[in-house]
Design a protein around this ligand. Sequence first.
Ligand SMILES: C[S@@+](CC[C@H](N)C(=O)[O-])C[C@H]1O[C@@H](n2cnc3c(N)ncnc32)[C@H](O)[C@@H]1O
Length: 210
Amino acid sequence: MTQLLWIVGGLLLAFFAFFFAWRVASNYFTLPCPSGLGWMLEGSLVDWWAGTEKTLDRMQIAPGQTILEIGPGPGRLLVPASFRVLPGGRAIGIDIQPKMIAKVEARAKREGVTNLTTMVGDATKLELADASVDLVYLCTVLGEIPDRTAAVRECFRVLKPGGWLSITEIMGDPHYQSRGKVQHLAEEAGFALERIDGGTWMFTANFAKS
Ligand SMILES: C[S@@+](CC[C@H](N)C(=O)[O-])C[C@H]1O[C@@H](n2cnc3c(N)ncnc32)[C@H](O)[C@@H]1O
């Protein structure tokens, strides 16, 4: 029995040490969530746990908008968001990992999405024109980007005046960013806080580009 407790304790310790080391290292190196773990971001259980529909509601997506998701992973939010901007709107997904882009494209094809453009790219160097997007959103991505200041500035650059930046963070993500940190980064880049929905466990912060 004592031996079993030591083994379980050791495994838990190793898990938390890995979790912590990954979080710290992500401040210095690009270490995105491996595409092999993409399955963890899909399925109805994840939709429930991570509040997919609730997050989309909080972002205030509207028909006709051009929206950009940075770090869509396998498309948990981006695929349903593409339908929400119809009629007339278009969705763009930019992810640093080609394998994640392949996953989101496959899902979009399966679900009959026709208004989605995807690109492999880095949040800190978006290959989009200035003032070309109505809404940029990131969900559990910010903490994976070592230069978060540059990424939020890029969001500001590509947004139209009056456009929106929406950032969702969920506790349990090894790269979780607090509300204070998110607000500080956004305000530093020139955004004004509009509203924060949710609590510490899971929140969506919406900012306006005036
Ligand atoms: C934890 S997943 C979140 C996926 C999705 N947003 C969701 O909530 O289901 C983080 C995603 O951000 C992407 N990512 C990490 N760093 C990035 C960067 N610098 N530029 C663009 N995408 C990045 C990763 O490749 C990964 O697909």
